[in-house]
Each structure stands twice: as C-alpha cells, then as structure tokens.
Design a protein around this ligand. Structure first.
Ligand SMILES: NC(=O)c1ccc[n+]([C@@H]2O[C@H](COP(=O)([O-])OP(=O)(O)OC[C@H]3O[C@@H](n4cnc5c(N)ncnc54)[C@H](OP(=O)(O)O)[C@@H]3O)[C@@H](O)[C@H]2O)c1
Length: 283
C-alpha cells in the first residue's frame, strides 16, 4: 500500500508519521506545503499521477480559527479548493482519500453528543469552509472517508495544552471559559485510529467522529493540565461572554463515537489518561 500524507508537519501529520512508520514502515510519503501546496491544482494532479498512491490522508488545513474570520480567501482556498484539488482525480487514479474535519461544522446548540448524520450548521468562517471542504470532497470522490475531530492537541504545534503550560510559567492566574463543553483529542490517539482505517483491508467510506472519551469544559481541561503538570497557577472559570471574540464557538461539541468504534472495533482512551501521556511525552 502506498500512502500520501499531506500537511505532514502539523500536529496530526507529525503524530501520523510516528504511527505509520511503526505500523507500516516505508509505506508513506510525507509532504507539507513546501513540497506539495494543495492549492496548486496542477502540482497536485502531477504529484498524484506520478506517485501512484492508493491512499491519501489529508492533514493539510487552515486551522487558525480566529484569523480565518479576516483571512477568508486564504482559509477557503486551503479548506475548500485544496481539498477539491486532491479529490478531483482520485476516482480516476484509484486513490481513496481520508480527510480530517471538525466539530465546528456544528453550531453547538445540541444537548446530546453529535452523530455523523446530525444537521450541520457552522457558525464560523473556519467551520463553514471545513463543511464546504467535506461537501466538495464527497461530490468529487464519493468513496472518501472523513474523520471529524475536536479540541486537537499534541506535544508539538499550536494548541491549548501548550498555551496553558506557557501561561502557567508567565502568570499566577489564568481565566478560562467554563461554559464551552467538548472533548479533547490527543493527536497520537487520532493518528492510531486513522492508521487503523487506512490500513484496514476493507475501505469504508463516509463520515466518522473521533475524539477521546469523556466530556469536559475548557476550564476543566485547564485545571487538569495545571494539576498534572504540577503548575502553581490558579485557573479561574469565566463565561464566554467575558471573552468577546470575532469567532462564534460551539457551546457544546461532544461527538458520538459509536460508529467508528463499531466499524473498526477500536477502544478510545479517556481524555484525562491521554493528557497524562502527552505531558509525559513532553518531559
Ligand atoms: N487543531 C484543532 O483543534 C482541530 C480541531 C478539529 C479538527 N481539526 C482538523 O484536524 C486536521 C489537522 O489539524 P492540525 O491541528 O494537525 O493542523 P495544523 O497543526 O495547523 O497543521 C496543518 C498543516 O497543514 C499545512 N498546510 C496549510 N496549508 C497548506 C497547503 N496549502 N498545502 C499543504 N499544506 C498546507 C500547514 O502548514 P503551515 O504551518 O505552513 O500553514 C500545517 O503543517 C485539520 O483538518 C483540522 O481542520 C483540528
């Protein structure tokens, strides 16, 4: 099996390299923007024709949720057009695409975990472009698989865990919103699940949810980070209304993971256990 990972130097791409090299050594080509800009349709087509891949895992994305509200064109170019470029020749070339999407496709007004089939209603520019990327992908390459995830973090990159650890070293108190509820996802856990999907002898198309198990608020998550990392920084719970930003973030974005668990027989670690593994890894 020949696999291509795009956006390989991001959080998920980095985790995937470690997992795929262990589970299928030498199967995968890893590229980021400088080797393959997914917005360059001509380059993408040439790359896919020459590479003869059987699977693409697309980790390339515009992920800065705040900046996306201003940087609309760039965000759309990557999250919609870039995905379409990967998908356009996929069927003809016999490539199956596994694309990664987000809980931000939902408006966060639910009262129970979101199923894959639930109505989408993105409330932000980032969420809207990710949703349009999903639709473009499924229109051009209907056999594709999409994994929606939430609150992604890892030992590398821009994420909440690293921000909290940095703030803890800079100040004695940090305010964190307590009324947005979801589930953190440790990138190496997601990478294991994606590797299972891609390396499986049977390809299953469609949308799958994946996050760690359990539910928490950003405040709970921050408290757990400070405690587990032994930081002497007080976390103060505050409402979202105290933090007006350009982005409307979902109040509730817990994902129902029964479909991926039943389809692939995987067990998903609880977010707290995965947080401890991340902090251990960062030491
Ligand atoms: N982070 C989260 O909290 C979160 C939550 C839910 C879902 N997701 C989704 O999960 C996936 C992985 O996220 P992540 O956190 O690993 O993202 P990330 O760390 O931001 O990595 C994205 C990678 O894609 C690259 N990239 C950007 N534009 C590109 C282009 N035109 N061509 C090729 N590569 C390009 C980036 O390079 P540059 O650094 O040069 O831009 C970066 O290396 C994304 O689809 C994201 O939408 C993330």
């Amino acid at each position: 099996m020949k696999i291509l990972v795009t956006g390989c130097r991001g959080q998920l791409g980095t985790a995937l390299r470690e997992v795929l090299e262990r589970r299928c050594p030498g199967c995968t080509t890893y590229v980021d923007r400088d080797e393959l800009d997914i917005c360059d349709a001509v380059a993408v087509e040439r790359f896919l024709r020459e590479g003869e891949y059987s699977r693409i895992i697309n980790c390339a994305a515009y992920t800065n949720v705040e900046k996306a509200e201003e940087d609309k064109l760039e965000c759309a170019a990557i999250n919609i057009d870039g995905v379409a470029n990967l998908a356009r020749h996929a069927d003809e070339l016999g490539v199956r695409i596994l694309h990664v999407s987000t809980d931000y496709v939902f408006d966060g007004k639910s009262y129970r975990p979101y199923k894959e089939s639930d109505k989408v209603n993105p409330a932000s520019q980032y969420g809207a472009t990710k949703r349009k990327g999903e639709t473009a992908l499924l229109a051009l390459s209907p056999e594709s698989a999409i994994v929606r995830t939430s609150w992604l973090y890892s030992p590398v990159g821009r994420n909440f865990v690293r921000t909290m650890l940095r703030l803890a070293d800079e100040r004695p108190v940090v305010n964190v919103v307590c009324d947005q509820i979801g589930t953190p996802t440790y990138a190496p856990d997601l990478a294991e699940a994606i590797a299972t999907m891609v390396l499986s002898s049977q390809w299953v198309s469609g949308i799958f949810n994946y996050s760690n198990e359990g539910v928490c608020s950003w405040y709970d998550f921050a408290e757990a980070i400070m405690k587990a990392a032994g930081k002497n920084c007080k976390v103060v719970p505050v409402p979202t209304s105290d933090y007006p930003t350009a982005v409307t973030r979902p109040y509730y974005s817990v994902l129902d993971k029964n479909k991926i668990k039943a389809t692939y027989g995987i067990t998903i670690p609880h977010w707290h256990e995965s947080l401890l593994r991340c902090l251990q890894q960062m030491k």
